[in-house]
Design a protein. Structure first.
Length: 286
């Protein structure tokens, strides 16, 4: 651990391996607000994982590092967070800037592809990842879980959160068009690489197969229209559905009708958006 946040740039990834929703300023802001909306649930999950002062942790798919900062504050100067993301051009520089502003010098950033990223066996105390495995080819996830289990020291913990049952996304009053929106999002994330947006369903079994002692929990989020939290789904739909139309995952007429419906829902205080269930998995190396 040095006296500054370091960036180690590995081989760059191709465009087909990039994060599905890109690295625009708007997306960085959406991720920031998403982290804010889920902050309490995330803090409870991190607390259950038992990460502590002096630990060496890995933040998989850290993006601009909103949770990385939280983890770095937990482990303190005696600990370290290895923040890994494929985006070394946008996300990791933002993390570096925020870490330096916060006076945190216990973060080591690495630009790397999680499909091949590896660490020394028994070298870390914990691994954290949220909404990251869903963007990897499903065939590659099992291999990564196996590597994670080897990275952990005895007593080390892997804490992962991923969507399960994505099609259960819901709006009250019921939306006529949301099922097609959900299906389009699923197909877009799956893509040609064979990613699994519902990889949370498989996580408990994958961690068990890797020899970890597993604890599971399922959580979700419901937000009301006319509140600040409504901006969380609002940004997702407004920022990303147009691209799904352009790429042929979503019919333009469905998009127009849904957006008109969404405008109405957004003005009704009794409207509620229910997010997809999240599988929270904690795997411990005995």
């Amino acid at each position: 651990m040095g006296d500054k946040t370091e960036i180690d740039t590995f081989a760059s990834t191709s465009e087909t391996e990039e994060y599905r929703f890109g690295y625009t300023h708007e997306e960085m802001e959406r991720l920031r607000y998403q982290h804010h909306v889920w902050a309490q649930e995330n803090q409870r999950f991190i607390s259950r994982a038992g990460f502590s002062t002096g630990a060496t942790l890995v933040d998989l798919g850290c993006g601009p590092g909103y949770t990385t900062i939280d983890l770095a504050q937990i482990v303190g100067l005696a600990g370290k967070v290895i923040a890994v993301d494929r985006d070394g051009e946008n996300s990791l520089p933002l993390l570096k800037e925020r870490a330096e502003t916060a006076g945190l010098f216990n973060i080591e950033t690495r630009a790397a592809n999680l499909e091949t990223f590896d660490l020394q066996e028994g070298s870390v105390d914990g691994v954290y990842g949220r909404w990251v495995l869903m963007y990897l080819p499903e065939a590659k996830v099992k291999s990564l879980i196996g590597r994670i289990a080897k990275w952990l020291r005895p007593g080390g913990v892997c804490a992962l959160i991923e969507f399960c049952n994505y099609r259960h996304i819901h709006i009250h009053p019921q939306s006529k068009y949301l099922p097609e929106i959900a299906e389009a999002l699923i197909q877009a994330v799956t893509g040609e690489r064979g990613c699994n947006p519902e990889i949370g369903n498989d996580l408990p079994g994958l961690l068990c197969s890797a020899g970890l002692d597993v604890e599971i929990n399922v959580t979700t989020k419901a937000v009301r229209a006319t509140t600040q939290e409504w901006l969380w789904p609002d940004a997702l739909f407004r920022n990303h559905l147009p691209a799904l139309v352009k790429e042929g995952f979503l019919d333009h007429s469905i998009y127009d009708d849904f957006l008109a419906e969404w405008e109405v829902r957004s003005k009704e205080p009794d409207s509620i958006f229910f997010g997809s269930p999240m599988m929270e998995v904690i795997g411990k190396r005995l």
